[in-house]
Write a protein that binds this ligand. Structure first.
Ligand SMILES: Cc1cc2nc3c(=O)[nH]c(=O)nc-3n(C[C@H](O)[C@H](O)[C@H](O)COP(=O)(O)OP(=O)(O)OC[C@H]3O[C@@H](n4cnc5c(N)ncnc54)[C@H](O)[C@@H]3O)c2cc1C
Length: 287
């Protein structure tokens, strides 16, 4: 067994916000055998652990994580057969979109440019521009708390807006099957390019962030409400409400996770006071 295990590893290097303290251990499994080995190791050592993807939607606090962080980005692998794409948990969403393009499958263009893994997308029910991962997910293999592999269908995952069963049950997504409709490759490519241009022109991709900080409130947009409250550019330490897109909190320098969390609290309180809308964070905080 050869699962890479780092001790006292800095978490900021893995996180898209580029903040967070150190983890006692970071494990980087390359396959399911190594993942099970890493989990068993943490069980044996009586260490708590958390399993993450590309850390593009989460913050570790500045105290770091007193246990094991299992990062799944090396668990890649994607294939296409009989109209179905099978992807492993650590594969990127952009690779899923590219595999669909290569095989003339439409319906996954929205995944292009979301910087997470397929596993993180199933956990979050990631989506953009009218698409959501639940629209193309058929079924997946999951690891339960007793380290048994179970198969769950789309219906069993109980997807809703930025939510799935995984947020309520201790289940790890290992791999899954995805399906779209057959489509014209040139049209699929054009849609992917269009969505990427929209991202580049509207989102502050030049700064570290976790994407949209808050979920979309019913019949509204978090960014519009934040802008309406005059918070564009509001800064605490190295964390700032982006001038380009108020829905993003960005790291403009040496932000700490505390800066980001304090800014999120300030924005939530101000928006509630001025508009009556209670914003819910989309970013997950791991303590
Ligand atoms: C610039 C930018 C743009 C973004 N745009 C979008 C967008 O358009 N739409 C959108 O939905 N999101 C967007 N995001 C947020 C983020 O990319 C998505 O939420 C993505 O799905 C998270 O995937 P991840 O692998 O990074 O998950 P992580 O951030 O690593 O983890 C998120 C959660 O999922 C859990 N998790 C991860 N992998 C697994 C697994 N295999 N099994 C069980 N649980 C798991 C983790 O424990 C954690 O609680 C954006 C982020 C950035 C930085």
């Amino acid at each position: 067994m050869n699962c890479t295990l780092l001790e006292n590893a800095n978490l900021a290097q893995y996180c898209s916000m580029k903040t967070g303290g150190n983890a006692k251990y970071v494990a980087l499994p390359k396959n399911e055998e190594e993942l099970i080995y890493a989990i068993s190791f943490f069980h044996r050592c009586n260490e708590k652990y958390v399993v993450v993807g590309n850390c593009s939607n989460l913050l570790f606090t500045d105290d770091g994580f007193d246990g094991g962080v299992i990062i799944l980005t090396a668990m890649r692998g994607i294939s296409f057969k009989d109209g179905i794409i099978t992807a492993n948990c650590g594969e990127s969403l952009s690779a899923l979109a590219k595999c669909a393009l290569d095989n003339g499958v439409t319906g996954m263009e929205f995944c292009y440019g979301i910087p997470g893994t397929v596993g993180g997308a199933i956990y979050m029910n990631a989506g953009a521009y009218g698409g959501e991962i639940c629209q193309c997910f058929i079924k997946g293999r999951f690891l339960d708390e007793s380290l048994n592999i179970v198969t769950l269908s789309n219906e069993e995952l109980d997807f809703s807006y930025r939510n799935s069963l995984l947020q309520r049950k201790n289940l790890l997504f290992l791999s899954g099957e995805f399906k779209g409709e057959s489509g014209d490759k040139a049209a699929i490519r054009a849609r992917m390019d269009e969505l990427m241009s929209a991202r580049k022109s509207k989102q502050p991709l030049e700064y570290p962030s976790c994407g949209s900080t808050f979920k979309r409130p019913p019949n509204n947009f978090a960014g519009a409400l934040i802008e309406q409250c005059g918070l564009k550019g509001y800064t605490i330490g190295g964390a700032q409400v982006s001038e380009k897109h108020a829905g993003f909190v960005i790291n403009i320098g040496n932000a700490t996770s505390a800066d980001v969390l304090n800014l999120m609290d300030y924005v939530t309180a101000t928006v509630l006071e001025k508009t009556g809308v209670k914003l819910e964070p989309e970013i997950r905080v791991i303590r």
